[in-house]
Design a protein around this ligand. Structure first.
Ligand SMILES: Cc1cc2nc3c(=O)[nH]c(=O)nc-3n(C[C@H](O)[C@H](O)[C@H](O)COP(=O)(O)OP(=O)(O)OC[C@H]3O[C@@H](n4cnc5c(N)ncnc54)[C@H](O)[C@@H]3O)c2cc1C
Length: 537
């Protein structure tokens, strides 16, 4: 039973990774299923200063180490979304977009996701002025007015961050004070580029292709005000109104509070034997990385007893593959094109050499170049990348109006995958995975999804507009590239918007990732299934 595990962990954030470390170290066969980015929510935080033992580090760096620890102990990882759980039988079944997994025990650690506020126009203008990620979209509002909706820590931190770009930031705080430590509130209030308006909410945004006005209300006096940006300008609304537990798929499966949080006992067990919850997703007083990690450790050690009993009862002992499955080629480190030095560290070269060395077919990268400095960066990047494996090569290809671009070829044919710019920052990993999917064997995909991809018969050109600092972009990029790698009728052209401002104008894009199919623009992180839904197959 290849797909039988001692434990399946839903979610690869700090809670899931800690649970994986403990279970794998105890020599159980454990699988972490992550639909997006290993590391979870904290990966968008540049500077974590309250995780004990780490004076200051990015969330991405801390969780990359957790992931390495789990892999070292033999944990396996699967890049897929959990879409259903059957917890009735003795051996539990976890249904994912990459197929079904079976396990004696399950740890639920899917964390939380940003909450929408619900003002009029919020959904309609998402991506056209309403945003949820300052690091992803802040630069699109350079020189414009920006409103930040929310009064918590994320809103305060992001308001300060947005002053890097915006002409002025106005924080709209629903209550009479911010719900942050006084020291942080004072820092925000002292910033001359930020105005904090208490007891104030946004009721509506409106516009044409971008935002042209907002209705703001003082909840104390009831006074309503129309905000209109200077003539010809747009503006931005960044919403940081907290997080909601990611438990849609768990409704009716385990007990949830009316807010959607999972109810556990003090040992983190749900009402079902062998099913535990850990991290931000459960009812608890403090949602931080340190408590998420502690939860993971507790859930794992508690679950061990159940697993041992199940092994004894069934006579089945899941076997950890002799060579733990190669880890998904995920974010060990981030390549940065702006450092001026090399793109790849020795560790990255070693990991990439192993990954590309395992490809079944060589991949050729054809570069279309122009005379912009970015084209020189593309050449530097390619020179270094192909040096890690003889399965990769690069040549100068045909000139193009959309240069610079790296066009991916295999078996003497264009595969339809291209990256316009230098695939550094958060896109390095997705670029590597795209090559791996072209060269084969590629990421696993379930039969039903593969059949949907095969159904695309009409030529389908997809553009994905991204920025290298966007943490949500790689998911959509990887999904579209995966589909294009499997179906010759589909092309996936990824554009770094910094170097292609005309596209941004043409499609009125104020948020990334933006997926363009024909004239339609779709915003946000998208898994393969969601892209296929949009393509109508
Ligand atoms: C802006 C911000 C700043 C923060 N700063 C700090 C800080 O400085 N210090 C600190 O200690 N904490 C901080 N936190 C809180 C901290 O990030 C969380 O407490 C912690 O990440 C919770 O970990 P978790 O593993 O429970 O959940 P998450 O980190 O949310 O991870 C859950 C994972 O599960 C995945 N997932 C969800 N559903 C599915 C599914 N159906 N299938 C597969 N995978 C799924 C998600 O993609 C995600 O990667 C911050 C949070 C935010 C948002």
């Amino acid at each position: 039973m290849d797909n039988l595990y001692d434990a399946v962990i839903v979610g690869g954030g700090p809670a899931g990774l800690s649970a994986a470390i403990y279970l794998a170290r105890a020599r159980y066969r454990v699988l972490v299923i992550e639909k997006d980015k290993i590391g979870g929510q904290i990966t968008i935080t540049a500077d974590v200063v309250n995780y004990p033992g780490v004076a200051s580090a990015s969330g991405e760096a801390i969780t990359a180490i957790m992931r390495e620890q789990a892999i070292t102990f033999g944990a396996e990882f699967c890049s897929a979304e959990v879409t259903g759980l059957d917890l009735d039988a003795q051996i539990r079944t976890v249904t994912t977009t990459a197929g079904q997994m079976r396990a004696f025990g399950v740890i639920l650690a899917p964390g939380a996701q940003p909450r929408m506020v619900g003002f009029k126009g919020e959904a309609e203008f998402k991506g056209h002025g309403v945003a949820y990620c300052a690091t992803c979209d802040g630069e699109f509002f350079t020189g414009l007015d920006v409103f930040v909706v929310g009064g918590g820590l994320a809103a305060a931190e992001e308001a300060i961050f947005l002053t890097k770009y915006a002409r002025h930031v106005t924080m709209l705080v629903r209550r009479g004070e911010m719900s942050v430590p006084r020291s942080i509130a004072e820092k925000v209030e002292a910033n001359t580029n930020i105005t904090v308006r208490y007891n104030t909410v946004i009721d509506e945004v409106h516009g044409d292709s971008v935002l042209r006005g907002a209705v703001i209300r003082d909840t104390a006096s009831g006074a309503v005000e129309q905000y209109v940006p200077p003539a010809g300008e747009s503006f931005g609304v960044f919403v940081f109104a907290g997080y909601a537990p990611a438990t849609e798929v768990l409704k009716g499966v385990v007990e949830l509070t009316s807010d959607g949080y999972i109810v556990t006992d003090d040992h983190l067990k749900t009402a079902r034997d062998g099913v535990y919850a850990a991290g931000d997703v459960r009812v608890k007083p403090l949602r931080q990385m340190v408590t998420a990690c502690a939860d993971g450790a507790i859930a794992a050690t508690e679950l061990e007893r159940h697993i041992a009993a199940m092994q004894h009862e069934t006579g089945l002992v899941p076997v950890v593959p002799a060579q733990a499955r190669p880890a998904p080629p995920a974010e060990p480190e981030t390549a940065s094109p702006s450092t001026g030095g090399g793109f790849l560290t020795p560790d990255m070269k070693a990991q990439l050499g192993q990954l590309f060395g395992g490809m079944t077919r060589p991949v050729e990268l054809r570069a279309s170049l122009d005379d912009r400095p970015i084209s020189a960066e593309v050449q530097g990047f390619l020179g270094e990348l192909v040096g890690v494996s003889d399965k990769l090569s690069w040549v100068v290809g045909e000139p193009s109006d959309l240069a610079p671009s790296i066009n991916v070829w295999c078996d003497g044919k264009a595969t339809g995958l291209s990256f316009h710019g230098v695939p550094g920052g958060h896109e390095f990993n997705s670029f590597v995975i795209g090559l791996y999917n072209v060269g084969g064997p590629g990421q696993p995909i379930d039969d039903a999804t593969a059949a949907r991809i095969a159904k695309i018969e009409a030529p389908t050109d997809i553009k994905v507009l991204i920025s290298l600092s966007c943490t949500m972009c790689p998911t959509t990029v990887m999904s579209v590239q995966h589909i294009a790698a499997m179906n010759q009728n589909v092309t996936a052209a990824v554009f770094d918007m910094n170097h292609f401002p005309d596209l941004r104008e043409r499609y009125n894009v104020m948020s990334v990732p933006a997926m363009v199919v024909g004239d339609d623009v779709h915003f946000g992180k998208m898994a393969v299934g969601e892209v296929l839904d949009i393509l109508g197959v």
